[in-house]
Write a new protein. Sequence first.
Length: 338
Amino acid sequence: MSSNELITTDMINEIKDIIDKAKKNVAKEINIELINAYWNIGRVIVEHEQNNNDRAEYGKQTLKELSKKLTNELGKGFSRSNLQNMRAFYLNYPKCQSLTGKLTWTHYCELLGISDKDKRSFYEKECEKSGWSVRELKRQIDTSLFERLLLSDGRANKEKVISLAETGIELNKPSDIIKDPYVFEFLGVPEDKPIMESDLEKALVAHIEKFLLELGRGFMFVGTQQRVTIDNEHYYVDMVFYNKILRAYVLIELKTRKLMAAAVGQLNMYLNYYNVEVNDADDNEPIGIILCTDKDDVAAEYALGGINNNIFASKYTYVIPDKEELIAQVEEVLKELE
């Protein structure tokens, strides 16, 4: 047997896996050490600041001078803004042990731009759970995910704020996956441009990674136009996903118009079919979502009422919602509760 025959593909792949794992562990250790270092630099800055009589003047002048000296001594990475972030990092995370090391310094810099502690905590938890990149984190903040979740069931309350801040999104029941509205700004479709349902479906498939990010954690794409055959007549579900956390199929119907009662009945039929014909023994009941351009809350209540299946109707938009308006809505509701 030649030496080439002794070297198998499995052997090469096993060695590659060992090297990849080692590289990831090294990168993780470096990240943890950097986070600890930046936290300690923030601690030193704050402690020196507190020991100075004129703290306001100290902060303005010293960070600028400190930036120059550290850059001369150590090189890049010590700009005045970065030092300000290190200072804020220490002040907002006074216990170094609370830092998991799962997020990078760039993640934390993005999070530090959120002044509301509950909101910042929510995005931090979701970053850790979902493994968001910095780019994905920015998108979720820009599309006001926190406010959208608070308002998804039509009301906000303090308990919900606290829950999101402490645990992030908990997927325990079908309604936990629902957002209202969904934001498809990544499609680049003008808000006032009419679009056919088939074209919307194709556009979402073409941007499936971003669509999955918008849907949330645990979604796997099954396919489009999934056939349902009843009494030799064929019907087609627009989009089908599987949520591995809830262990349930999620059927999505796309409507480029206002919610109509007929759409609810049609989706209900699809869910009954999946429950009987598609579900495995360990699958939970399927979930249906109708994505529409608009819905009347009263009409939706009557259309969806009395149905045993899990059917939800949510609006979607092609533009990022007005963040200030969403924040104002949440604050107004919470103020009323107080």
